[in-house]
Design a protein around this ligand. Structure first.
Ligand code: ADP
Ligand code: ASP
Ligand code: MG
Length: 451
């Protein structure tokens, strides 16, 4: 085995069924330096699990959701030549699913929720290992929780980088010479050994963390699009794949809504200078995007992103003019609840800021708690129905004509807040959700489709 190490991560649509798993197997086998494979849950499964973990449901509804998950997994199992011998292992996981789904404390206990959410990745990794085995490869299903140590913030746990490197060295490195390791994205364990999760879309982050821990050279993110595009190709067919992108730009894009990468993915990659590739598991021959530390070109406009489900919070106190320290009070409450604020505007008596508010997320719960606490010190108004549109690029503070090109293109739309990023890589604006797709299309045309 050569010393080069590649980690390949396959997202939900890439492992959605037996047929697409074959594409992934081909990608893994065609590159002998790929020794670790990180898989997501099969498409749709985590959404089902989130529903079970977060929504009050009737017994009948719980039954139906468990049946839907079971159907997805059994459809893959049934196609395996070795189905009979794998079935008991899958059955164990499916019965764990039922007992957690029907657990009387599932809606209250964050630790149980994460245990339940972990099942999607645990099932897909079991099945994908078998797909590799049937191709005659030595493959081994490895429980990532032995290595991926985190704190105990269930739902959005923070990884412990040193511990991960230590554990990876002790438990994962020795396995590399023996087999292709198939492991789970998204999940980890805390110091007490309880299962945690890294937040939605977290499998990309897992792959980058393992790449960091094992000093891998390349981390491949295989998904349903052939690279990172100038904007979400689901919003406009004119979006184009970007051959190259800096870690900083990619992090900015991910933070501001480009779902193709989890926002934290670039941190480990940057620390260890791991090259990250994003490509399509169904069309690997089309190439994709390379994320690198330094890009040859640093254009002022690189991409447009959109983050949905934003709320605008306005806090107001008639005393603000005199009450020095009000802002500090407001932001210390926000910080206490670990929320991050992207856009802020202030006037003499009011401060408005935006919060991410996706349904059934940790942020959603924290927002409620934060707003309740803010109400004890001031008047609070919460407005929803907004999306955040961001133009990502380079030298945006100093390049001439950047804002005029952007604002000329979208002059007709009602922008609720505008913010130049604290770094030179973004300009964001809050828009009504009904306008956001059109705004992205119009901006894309103005910035990327005319020469
Ligand atoms: P996976 O399940 O493989 O992790 P995701 O659904 O999380 O895949 O991410 C891929 C999706 O990200 C694409 O289908 C696409 O709609 C969306 N996306 C959003 N912004 C971008 C962008 N700038 N470039 C490419 N894809 C994007
Ligand atoms: N399965 C998890 C999710 O759907 C993690 C991932 O796919 O990256 O959020
Ligand atoms: Mg994803």
């Amino acid at each position: 085995m050569s010393k080069a190490l590649t980690i390949a991560k396959f997202g939900g649509t890439s492992v959605a069924n037996y047929e697409v798993m074959q594409n992934c197997a081909r990608i893994v086998i065609s590159n002998t330096s790929t020794r670790i494979v990180v898989v997501s849950a099969a498409a749709g499964v985590t959404n089902h699990l989130v529903q079970l973990a977060h929504t009050p449901l009737t017994q009948q509804q719980i039954e139906e959701i468990c049946a839907a998950v079971t159907k997805i997994e059994l459809a893959i199992l049934d196609k395996l030549p070795n189905a009979l011998s794998v079935q008991p292992k899958l059955d164990d996981l499916l019965s764990e699913l039922r007992s957690l789904a029907f657990h009387e404390e599932i809606l209250k206990r964050a630790d149980l929720k994460d245990q339940l959410l972990s099942l999607g990745e645990r099932m897909s990794s079991l099945l994908f290992t078998e797909v590799l085995l049937e191709q005659g490869e030595h493959a081994l299903n490895f429980d990532v929780r032995k290595v991926l140590r985190t704190d105990s913030e269930f739902g959005e746990a923070t990884p412990n980088i040193e511990k991960i490197a230590e554990q990876a060295d002790a438990y994962l490195r020795p396995e590399l010479a023996k087999a292709i390791i198939v492991t789970q994205g998204f999940i980890g364990s805390d110091e007490q050994g309880r299962t945690t999760t890294l937040g939605r879309g977290g499998s990309d982050f897992t792959a980058a963390l393992l790449a960091e821990g094992l000093d891998a050279q390349v981390c491949e993110i295989w998904t349903d699009v052939n690279g990172v595009f100038t904007t979400d190709p689901r919003i406009t067919a004119a979006a184009k794949p970007l051959p190259e992108l800096s870690f900083e730009e990619a992090a900015e894009m991910a933070t501001f809504g480009a779902k193709v990468l989890h926002p934290a993915t670039m941190e480990p990659a940057l620390r260890k200078n791991v090259r990250v590739f994003v490509g399509s598991s169904t069309e690997p021959e089309k190439g994709g995007t390379w994320l690198v530390r330094d890009c040859k070109h640093e254009p002022p406009f690189r991409a447009i992103t959109r983050r949905k489900e934003q709320v605008m919070v306005t806090v107001k106190t008639p005393k603000m003019m005199y009450a020095q320290g009000f802002l500090q009070q407001v932001f210390s409450i926000i910080a206490k609840h670990r929320l991050s604020v992207d856009l802020v505007t202030t006037s003499e008596i009011a401060v408005s800021f935006t919060l991410d508010n996706p349904a059934n997320s940790v942020a959603h719960r924290l927002n409620k708690e934060t707003i309740a606490e803010l109400e004890t010190i001031c008047e609070v108004k919460v407005e929803d129905g907004f999306d955040l549109v961001t133009v990502v690029g380079n030298h945006m503070h100093s390049a001439k004509g950047v804002s005029s090109r952007i604002f000329a293109a979208i002059a007709e739309y009602n922008l609720r807040m505008i913010c130049f990023g604290a770094n030179p890589h973004n300009i964001s604006f809050l828009v009504n959700e009904k306008d956001s797709s059109e705004i992205v299309r119009v901006l894309h045309q103005a910035l990327f489709e005319v020469s």
